[in-house]
Structures are given as structure tokens and as C-alpha cells.
Design a binder for this molecule. Structure first.
Ligand SMILES: Cc1ncc(C[n+]2csc(CCOP(=O)(O)OP(=O)(O)O)c2C)c(N)n1
Ligand SMILES: [Mg+2]
Length: 304
């Protein structure tokens, strides 16, 4: 919904007459239905969240799953609506396909993330940083059933992808991990967290720990927010991220580093196989054969 949403969620909200908010404290009030448009019911385990962002008529304090179990039998069957929603989704998917195919000067990050999505192993775990990659994650990543994604959604704190990824890996060392991060987040803490990965990957039953660094030389999410919301021009002194050789850094740590800076390399994924005992060199957006890797995808800087 909102900044992170799709045309499908906008279409849905535009025609919404009854809103059920379940365990959400979404702060972007402008993207809820207009005041007076919808009647709302909110479920939240924390009572103070109810009505905080949208006026609700019925407050249900409690566990979301239990409350929904109680509510569902009370809902009358509604014919036809599902196909309407499927139409919204279809329209969005056509738009998304155009975004993915769009030609850019170097790499289209939407294409990189979408391609990665198609290679996600069915037992993968995903961790996501805070930055423009959240948009690409919400729009272009299709998580296989049972694949969790770990995000800093309440705190929205940069630097989440690597520590969340390491935590997920410690919990399930037998599952491959894919971390999606920006260059700003990597320079904030991800590079040093990568030392932990280098020190530990041999202990993991499945050593795959793939880090995609979207290297745009910019704190892009915020430089765009400032332009959109506040009308401020980009202020390079505060927004530029220094150049850094992410792939070479991975190699320095004894891992694999792959730099992808050309469209033709994006789809160049190797066959899916179990990883060998030690890291081997490979290429592609996600390389199932490699133990741990930093993929530094060079994406274009947005113009002012
Ligand atoms: C700890 C912290 N500092 C600042 C912010 C504000 N913020 C959100 S995204 C972002 C920029 C992220 O830059 P980068 O990791 O390079 O990703 P990009 O948006 O360029 O893809 C900033 C500064 C934040 N959410 N958390
Ligand atoms: Mg960046």
C-alpha cells in the first residue's frame, strides 16, 4: 500500500467500502481510503494501536489469527469480487513487466531483483535492508511458499539485511540465505557483518549466503523522499555514498565476489546444485553453487 505498494493496492483502496486492519500500524495515512469512504474494523494485540492511524468503528484487541477465526464465519459470501481483484493484480503485473524491461544506462535494479526472485531456492530465507530495495522487494520478489523474508518493518532501521540474515542462518544453517541491501547500508554495518559470514560459513550445513548489494552511490531512498515530499533538490554532500569495491572485498575475505554491471550478466545464473565443500567462482544474480558471495550490482544513479 502507498509508497511501497502497487497499482493493485491503490485500485483496491479506491473502491474500498469496508476496511479490516489486521496487526498493522501503517503510518502513511494518506493512502488509506478517504475519510467517510469506508467503515473500519481493526484487530491488534496492542490496544493503543487501534484507531491511531484511521478512524475505526470496531476495535478488536487480541491475537490476529484467533480473532480472524472468530470473524470469518460471520462474513457473508460475496460473488464476483475476487475476479475484480484478480483483474487489478493482472493490470499491475503488466505494468511491472514494463518496469522490468525498461532500458537504463547501466542496470535496471527492478530487473536485477526480479531475476533474482526467479532463482530463489524453495528452501531459501531472505533478509531485506531499508532503502530502495524495499520497493523492489515488495513489487518484484515472489517468495516461494514457505520462504520467509525478514525486514525491519516497524523500526525501518537501515542495516537490517546482514544481521537479520546472519540470525536467520544461525536458526536454519541448512537453508540458503539471500540478503538484499543498498550500498549505504553495507557501508553502515554490512561490510563488517560480512566478516562474521566469512568466519562462519564453513560451519553451516548449507553454506550459501548471497548478498546482493545495489550499488548506486547514493542514499537513494532518502534523496528521492526529500525531492518528492519536501521539494528539496538532491544535496550531494549528504546523500552520496563513497565508491567501494564490494565484490573485491568479498574476495579479500575469501568469499566469492561478482560484479554485475551489464544487463547480459543478469540472467547468467548457473545450474542449481548443492554447494561443494568450498567456495567456487560463479556468476549470475544468484549463484546456487557458491558458498557466500557479495554481488555488487551497479545500478544507475537517479537524475535530479
Ligand atoms: C539507521 C537509519 N538511518 C537513516 C535512515 C533513513 N534512511 C532510510 S533509507 C536510507 C538510504 C539507504 O541507502 P542505501 O542503503 O544506499 O539504499 P538505496 O536507497 O540507495 O537503495 C536512509 C538514509 C534509516 N531508515 N535508518
Ligand atoms: Mg544506495
Amino acid at each position: 500500500m502507498g509508497h511501497l505498494g502497487t497499482t493493485a493496492s491503490t485500485d483496491l483502496m479506491a473502491g474500498c467500502d469496508t476496511l479490516l486492519i489486521v496487526g498493522s500500524n501503517d503510518p502513511w495515512a494518506e493512502f488509506y481510503p478517504a475519510p467517510g469512504q469506508a467503515r473500519a474494523v481493526q484487530i491488534d494485540i496492542t490496544a493503543r494501536n487501534i484507531g491511531a492511524k484511521y478512524p475505526v468503528e470496531v476495535a478488536l484487541v487480541g491475537d490476529a489469527a484467533d480473532t480472524l477465526d472468530g470473524l470469518l464465519p460471520l462474513l457473508p459470501e460475496r460473488q464476483g469480487w475476487r475476479s475484480e481483484v484478480e483483474g487489478f493484480v493482472q493490470t499491475w503485473q503488466e505494468a511491472a513487466e514494463q518496469h522490468i524491461q525498461q532500458e537504463t544506462d547501466s542496470l535496471n535494479p527492478q530487473r536485477v531483483v526480479q531475476e533474482l526472485s526467479t532463482h530463489l531456492p524453495t528452501d531459501a530465507q531472505v533478509s531485506v535492508d531499508v532503502g530502495s530495495v524495499v520497493y523492489w522487494y515488495t513489487r518484484y520478489v515472489q517468495l516461494p511458499s514457505g520462504v520467509p523474508a525478514h525486514l525491519s518493518s516497524t523500526l525501518a532501521s537501515m542495516g537490517s539485511a546482514m544481521p537479520y540474515g546472519i540470525a536467520a542462518k544461525l536458526l536454519h544453517p541448512d537453508r540458503p540465505l539471500v540478503a538484499l541491501a543498498g550500498d549505504g547500508a553495507m557501508q553502515m554495518n554490512g561490510l563488517s557483518e560480512f566478516i562474521t559470514v566469512a568466519a562462519r560459513w564453513r560451519d553451516w550445513a548449507d553454506p550459501r549466503f548471497v548478498v546482493l548489494v545495489l550499488n548506486n552511490g547514493d542514499l537513494s531512498e532518502v534523496s528521492w523522499e526529500q525531492r518528492e515530499m519536501e521539494g528539496d533538490p538532491r544535496f550531494p554532500t549528504s546523500q552520496e555514498v563513497p565508491a567501494f569495491p564490494y565484490a573485491e572485498y568479498a574476495e579479500l575475505l575469501g568469499l566469492n565476489g561478482i560484479r554485475v554491471d551489464d544487463e547480459s550478466q543478469v540472467a547468467d545464473a548457473p545450474p542449481r546444485r548443492r554447494p561443494p565443500a568450498r567456495a567456487t567462482r560463479s556468476r549470475g544474480v544468484i549463484a546456487p553453487r557458491i558458498a557466500a558471495v557479495a554481488i555488487s550490482a551497479f545500478v544507475p544513479l537517479d537524475s535530479d
